[in-house]
Ligand binder design. Sequence first.
Ligand SMILES: *[C@@H]1O[C@H](CO)[C@@H](O)[C@H](O)[C@H]1NC(C)=O
Length: 278
Amino acid sequence: MYLVTVLGNLLIILVVFSDSHLHTPMYFFLSNLSFADICFTSTMVPKMIMDIQRNSRVISYVGCLTQMSLFLMFACMDDMLLSVMAYDRFVAICHPLHYPVIMNPRHCGFLIVLSFLFSILDCQLHNLTVLQFMYFKDVLISNFFCEPAQLLNLVCSDNFFSNIFKYIAGVLFGFFPVSVIFLSYYKIIYSVLRIPSPGGKFKAFSTCGSHLSAVCLFYGTSSGVYFGSAISQSPRNCLIASIIYTLVTPMLNPFIYSLRNKNIKRSLSRFHSRKLKS
Ligand SMILES: *[C@@H]1O[C@H](CO)[C@@H](O)[C@H](O)[C@H]1NC(C)=O
């Protein structure tokens, strides 16, 4: 699964960079998302594979903190990029004439840098909290990687503080991106419904098909994990949920784009035929 994730996402990046038809903000954001997905799975899967090989499940304190920071950073980056992509679709559909001006390369770069800074802020906040309460040694985490929520529970002996922190972080880094996505799609649906011809409606919706599937997959699995773990407290269910969230979602992303997206499919076949000729 790890290999499929890395190769699939690399293929998306390669196709976007090699085909000049795909040199548009939407596909650049898509390739950034693929890049974030590769990094996201790489924060834990190689370590897990090594652990299985060596039959040991130990991680150092520094290693654990590093893993948590990188995990949070790339998860947050995924989240932010999905919002940026929603905004991109909103501008493309609701203000098509201003699109080249609003989404100029400098502005796109700015949005990417902003997402990156926001992700760094998220992981630093978590780090500060965990470091402030570091007094644990030889503790057990019932997961295959240093999950932020479990670490927070460990270090904050009174669950009150850790819950407060989780809610603040959740509002800041969860609610904000989700509301951008909802607002963008609200506006998109509103303006698409005003298009008189059914063909035009379909065309407008089809340009956001790949983004919508990515959003559904990401938020579907993560909210499933969240509510699932709220209902059942068993470590086994939590583990299965984590595997789905960390392994299956990034693996499915490239399939969704390439299966649903006509432009990517066209470039893939062009790519393939070029390789056959040479
Ligand atoms: C990410 O997006 C920026 C701005 O659109 C683009 O210049 C860059 O090449 C992209 N990076 C990757 C790895 O796709």
